[in-house]
Design a protein around this ligand. Structure first.
Ligand code: URA
Ligand code: URA
Length: 289
């Protein structure tokens, strides 16, 4: 059941997004402070639940590296919300502080609703069972960016739940993370019929949604799975073979490119290279394998 506080928060965020779209970049200091306090403070009864869900790394003990950004925040998770957090709220970064988890959820929910109603691609929107928006931690250190839903994903409404998804889960586990720690999404949110590749026009129709997802999530790291994801995010025509093995940049995120799990299922000899890519990523994330 949704609380009144949560409804108000959603309305406030919708209003702020509207202001932002209209070109407003600053609020009077006092307004920003009180809005910041409101958006940063979850209703008190839900605090325990949020933490239990999104800080699995904290339970791993102090010697384990943190797997979520939330646990890396300046203040210990149970410290009172600091004035700094409140003051750091800004219109240009309303999803900034880790305490803005409910705000991020609300923003993602809104975006998901827009995606569910999208009919920019006439073929995809008429063939889909449902849209497949994305899933996982709204405060991820790492986001996986795939290509598009297949039959299983179209049926279940969640990315990477079929055979390729099983392999992705194994990769995530081998990296000492859980599926719930990361965020997973695709270049196109609708299944291309017959599992054909998404067309250029479909990819560009859908890019604005991925762009907005990333604007909310601001992951420290993004892993592009396969050439469609890499080309879409990095605006390049280079192959996976040329893009892998080094870090790229997308806005504030460090990006790696590796082979798509479906490609690895067909080409098992490439798995070693993907494992090398993941080791490079884990080293940069400070996660010991
Ligand atoms: N392959 C993808 O690229 N994405 C999915 O969600 C499933 C399979
Ligand atoms: N080509 C692709 O499209 N994806 C891969 O992962 C590898 C080669």
């Amino acid at each position: 059941m949704e609380t009144t506080h949560e409804q108000l928060r959603r309305q406030a965020i919708q209003f702020l997004r509207g202001l932002q779209q209209a070109g407003v970049t600053d609020l009077p200091a006092e307004t920003a402070r009180s809005l910041g306090a409101f958006l940063a403070e979850p209703p008190s009864e839900s605090v325990g639940e949020e933490r239990a869900k999104f800080s699995p790394a904290e339970e791993a003990g102090p010697e384990k590296p943190a797997a979520t950004r939330e646990s890396q925040a300046d203040a210990p998770a149970d410290a009172p919300r600091s004035e700094k957090n409140v003051d750091s709220f800004s219109l240009s970064d309303p999803y900034g502080p880790p305490s803005a988890l409910p705000a991020r959820r609300a923003a993602l929910d809104l975006l998901n609703q827009q995606v569910a109603a999208c009919d920019r691609c006439s073929e995809l929107s008429s063939c889909r069972t449902q849209t497949v928006f994305g899933t996982g931690n709204p405060l991820p250190r790492l986001a996986f960016y795939g290509e598009g839903p297949g039959a299983d994903e179209d049926r279940q409404g969640e990315p990477f739940v079929g055979r390729a998804g099983e392999l992705l889960n194994k990769i995530i586990q081998a990296c000492k993370m859980k599926r719930e720690d990361v965020y997973i999404f695709n270049t196109v949110k609708c299944r291309p019929p017959g599992n054909r590749n998404p067309r250029e026009e479909e990819i560009s129709n859908c890019w604005q949604y991925s762009e907005q997802q990333l604007e909310v999530l601001q992951p420290e790291f993004i892993c592009c799975l396969g050439s469609v994801a890499a080309r879409t995010l990095l605006k390049t025509t280079e192959s996976v073979g040329r893009l892998r093995g080094k870090f790229h940049q997308y806005r504030g995120s460090r990006v790696i490119v590796t082979y798509h799990p479906a490609y690895l299922l067909r080409t098992p000899e490439a798995k070693a290279k993907t494992w090398d890519d993941m080791k490079m990523l884990m080293a940069a994330m400070g996660i010991e394998l």
